[in-house]
Ligand binder design. Structure first.
Ligand code: AMP
Ligand code: TRP
Length: 343
């Protein structure tokens, strides 16, 4: 059904990253690298630094401004080209917040309480979480549907939010008897949709992990990257010839997947070279690949960060282009709902 529904829409790819500081290798491999690769395919690519999402948990204002620029620098350093993609920060396009309010009336409270990201972030004292943290997925649906985006590349952890986006679109279309919103396809592809912690292969690599050794930050220098890989948790067994042999070895599997994603190879191709060898041989090779891939990105990020005025200019320009797409879609949504417009 989604296939036929979506064929009515211009192919458009949308994704976002929160400027909450400390982007990791997980963000790079699961999101940024793929965002860059999707440019120039048939679809228009729209990428957003989602500052309105970040403030659902406390952000120091000065730090938020800096992180917004840093996330923009990360997009560009990873290869997102503001000339080929629309790149902007969410709050500068007011259609997001407006459409989110309209979706707050479509989505059901029960849908929100079921979200695992809400449960994780709200923790034990969920009564004390911000109302925005609960409503977060309706804003995310608005980000996507303000552009009638047909596909959204994300890491595995965002799958549930994308299902909710589809539910909101379907309920809106059904309630108002229209085919106004596409049923967006998640693009959760490749070997790095879930990069795991370097200290615990069963936990996602995350900026919120208290241990800095658990992750590679996009701002880490070559020494830090190499050292973290050297100290990564592993086991004593030699590597098998194919990824199936790593089913019950989460740490080993994670490192092989990271290698494959960084080198644009399949895990089996990587293992074909390392079969029978231990981590004493594999880790230095991985460190080399990681440093070679990440150092240019870290360097470009600092170059971009040296000129904040230029970043702000790019975001402003991107927001203008984004607004040109989103405004007519928002207006049509209001018309469908019977919200009177007379100016
Ligand atoms: P966030 O930093 O939470 O805004 O996430 C931005 C993007 O990075 C989303 O598409 C996430 O799914 C993706 N992402 C975050 N952490 C990881 C990870 N450990 N592995 C793969 N993708 C990730
Ligand atoms: N919720 C996403 C995350 O935490 C970020 C995000 C916000 C997003 N709006 C989006 C991702 C729209 C894709 C599409 O990573």
């Amino acid at each position: 059904m989604s296939e036929t529904t979506n064929s009515r829409f211009t192919p458009r790819i949308f994704s976002g990253i929160q400027p909450s500081g400390g982007l990791t290798l997980g963000n790079y491999l699961g999101a940024l690298k793929r965002f860059a690769a999707l440019q120039g395919d048939q679809a228009q690519t729209i990428y957003c630094v989602v500052d309105l999402h970040a403030i659902t948990v406390w952000q120091d204002p000065e730090t938020l401004r800096r992180n917004t620029r840093e996330a923009t620098a990360a997009f560009m350093a990873a290869g997102v080209d503001p000339a080929r993609s629309v790149l902007f920060n969410q709050s500068q396009v007011t259609a997001h917040a407006e459409l989110a309010w309209l979706f707050n009336t479509v989505a059901r409270v029960g849908w929100m309480y079921r979200m695992t990201q809400f449960k994780d972030k709200a923790g034990k004292n969920s009564e004390n979480a911000s109302l925005g943290l609960l409503a977060y997925p309706a804003l995310m649906a608005a980000d996507i549907l303000a552009y009638q985006a047909t596909a959204v590349p994300v890491g595995e952890d965002q799958k549930q939010h994308l299902e909710l986006t589809r539910d909101i679109a379907a309920k809106f279309n059904h309630d108002y008897k229209v085919e106004h919103f596409p049923i967006t396809e998640p693009l959760i592809e490749g070997v790095a949709t879930r990069v795991m912690s370097l200290r615990d292969g069963t936990k996602k690599m995350s900026k919120s992990d208290p241990s800095d050794a658990s992750r590679i930050n996009l701002t880490d220098d070559a020494d830090a990257i190499a050292q973290k890989i050297r100290k990564a948790r592993t086991d004593a067994d030699p590597l098998p010839g194919s990824i199936d042999g790593l089913k019950d070895r989460p740490e080993a599997r994670n490192l092989v997947n990271i290698y494959a994603a960084l080198a644009d190879e399949t895990p089996d191709q990587v293992l074909a070279r390392f079969e029978g060898q231990g981590f004493g041989a594999f880790k230095p090779a991985l460190a080399e690949v990681a440093v070679a891939a990440m150092s240019p990105i870290t360097a470009k990020m600092s170059e971009y960060m040296a000129d904040p005025a230029e970043i702000d200019r790019i975001l402003g320009k991107g927001a203008e282009r984004a607004s040109e797409i989103a405004t007519p879609i928002l207006e049509r949504t209001k018309d469908i709902m019977g919200i009177l417009r007379s100016r």
